[in-house]
Design a protein around this ligand. Structure first.
Ligand code: GTP
Ligand code: MG
Length: 239
């Protein structure tokens, strides 16, 4: 699925590179764009759903409800992500991986700050990954890139995580919940490019503060996520 808000320039550049033949379905979840984003997508034959609640996490939660396949991938056509990685992600999910993250932080990867000496976003990301691993990781499960939204997941793993974040912290909540639930995080190195046109939605300082608040909420919520109660059990208890 394509997650978009005012990404006209990025969409023009990215659409021709999408290997749509590798997917059973493709749709976009749009965050109330005021530019030609929805029209460009519709013209390319991609259905566009307008999200009803505000926020990136809300968009992802709403989008999940529209998925009818066993797994799905979040792709953001703003130029940051390499569409050439999509077949690899499809193959990993098809071969049994539950949660696949394209990591910008492991050998062979490239982060948009790697050409500069001062890398605040990268260092913050590494710090948040370290904290998540120290607090929640077990049995060798690890995260190295907590904020790259370029990831794929099975519906079963998504539902097991019982995600709630409505805002930009959703990506961090996903990896924390994967660590808590023991859902294996499969990573491969990716090359992040600079965004094409448009503007970033997430300024660094407010993002960092929101991520720390999310981390605190996840600490308070405990190290385990209770198994969801099956619908039949709920009916039995209620009857
Ligand atoms: N549907 C929806 N998409 C959103 C929303 N906010 C951001 N997006 C999209 O989510 C993706 C990530 O947002 P970006 O602003 O690129 O964040 P970023 O990648 O950390 O920042 P850059 O490095 O500047 O690209 C982009 O494709 C945005 O268009 C939202 O509220 N709803
Ligand atoms: Mg981006």
């Amino acid at each position: 699925m394509l997650v978009v808000r005012n990404e006209e320039a990025g969409i023009r550049a990215s659409l021709p590179r999408l290997p749509l033949d590798r997917f059973e379905a493709c749709f976009a979840i749009d965050g109330n764009s005021s530019d030609a984003t929805p029209q460009l997508l519709r013209d390319a034959g991609i259905p566009v759903h307008a999200q009803s609640q505000r926020g990136l996490g809300a968009a992802m939660l709403e989008a999940r409800e529209l998925v009818k396949t066993h797994a799905f991938i979040f792709f953001h056509p703003d130029g940051n992500e390499d569409a050439g990685d999509l077949p690899r992600m499809v193959d990993l999910l098809g071969n049994g991986s539950q949660f696949v993250v394209a990591s910008r932080m492991i050998p062979g990867a490239w982060n948009e700050e790697d050409h500069q000496r001062f890398r605040p976003r990268k260092w913050a990301n590494c710090g948040l990954a370290l904290l998540a691993n120290l607090l929640f990781a077990r049995n060798g499960n690890r995260t190295t890139d907590v904020s790259n939204g370029f990831r794929g997941i099975t519906c079963a793993a998504w539902d097991r995580m019982q995600l709630t974040s409505q805002d930009l912290t959703m990506d961090y909540q996903m990896v924390i919940r994967a660590l808590k639930c023991g859902i294996r995080i499969s990573e491969f190195p990716t090359h992040e490019s600079q965004r094409i046109g448009g503007q970033t939605t997430f300024a660094s300082l407010p993002t960092g503060i929101a991520e720390l608040k999310l981390l605190w909420r996840e600490i308070c919520a405990g190290r385990r996520i209770p198994e969801p109660v099956a619908k039949e059990q709920v009916q039995l208890r209620g009857s």
